[in-house]
Design a protein around this ligand. Sequence first.
Ligand SMILES: NC(=O)c1ccc[n+]([C@@H]2O[C@H](COP(=O)([O-])OP(=O)(O)OC[C@H]3O[C@@H](n4cnc5c(N)ncnc54)[C@H](OP(=O)(O)O)[C@@H]3O)[C@@H](O)[C@H]2O)c1
Length: 270
Amino acid sequence: MSYAGKRVWITGASSGIGAGLARAFGAQGATVILSGRNREALAEVAAAVPNHMVLPFEATDQEVLPRVVDHAGPVDFLINNAGISQRGLFEDTVMEVYRTIMEVDFFAPVHLTKLVLPQMLARGSGHIAVTASVAGKVGSPQRTGYCAAKHAVMGFFDALRTEVGGRGIRVTTIVPGFVKTEIGARALTSDGSRKGSAKGDDVDAGISPDEAAAQVLAGIAAGAREIRVGGGTPEMGLLDLKRNDPDALLDLMGQMGSAVVQKFKDQAAA
Ligand SMILES: NC(=O)c1ccc[n+]([C@@H]2O[C@H](COP(=O)([O-])OP(=O)(O)OC[C@H]3O[C@@H](n4cnc5c(N)ncnc54)[C@H](OP(=O)(O)O)[C@@H]3O)[C@@H](O)[C@H]2O)c1
């Protein structure tokens, strides 16, 4: 599928899945608008994208957003991909972590979509996507806030589709399993600090960002409203288990949670 002449805006394009998407859309001829906060990393990714604009901004800065949207100009695609994750038990986690995760993973994509959608509705065409997660469908330990935010974006964008789908606007939810990116290392721990290292993190065993991006573009080309992104990795099987045997899924996740809690207790006792 050629995206020649199309303008694709990707948030979280400085790293991981967003960088993979920027390269993939760029290779298909799109003009890619790359957003994130890290200007150096954005410039590095942009160097591999023939037609691009670098547009750095802090996703949670509500005041700056209207100016950023003006600067981006009309876009054919908006991919709300920026996000942060969490690693820590609820009982240990300060409330600030929950507020930060909801701001970045839920309110930021909702706000950006609110500002970009009117031009799409006026044209009667456009495509809005969000990178949700398997965590947007399955509750898992150490990610209470992340799962909440990702369930929220799944619900929001599925509901938005019901309102705009009949008016020429496509809405796509992207549901990745583990992708080997910086998300684990940058995840917020219970005191709000970054985890700092992805060593031993689940995502370390994931597929590459370029493979994830290829699956997303294939899903878009196939007209999918929900794109599942994964390898033959076990976490993708959780989605099938949820549909086929939801009680078994809850049992399995409970066992996983108990094992995690025990590990924390053992570490504290050591
Ligand atoms: N990796 C996985 O296994 C996995 C699985 C399911 C879903 N996801 C989702 O995929 C998306 C991309 O994550 P990733 O795995 O590629 O992680 P990543 O490598 O850590 O990239 C995250 C991106 O989000 C941007 N970002 C974070 N906070 C921001 C903020 N406050 N303002 C602006 N930009 C911000 C970062 O840009 P700067 O650092 O430049 O600010 C970076 O480009 C996220 O929504 C994540 O939840 C990932």
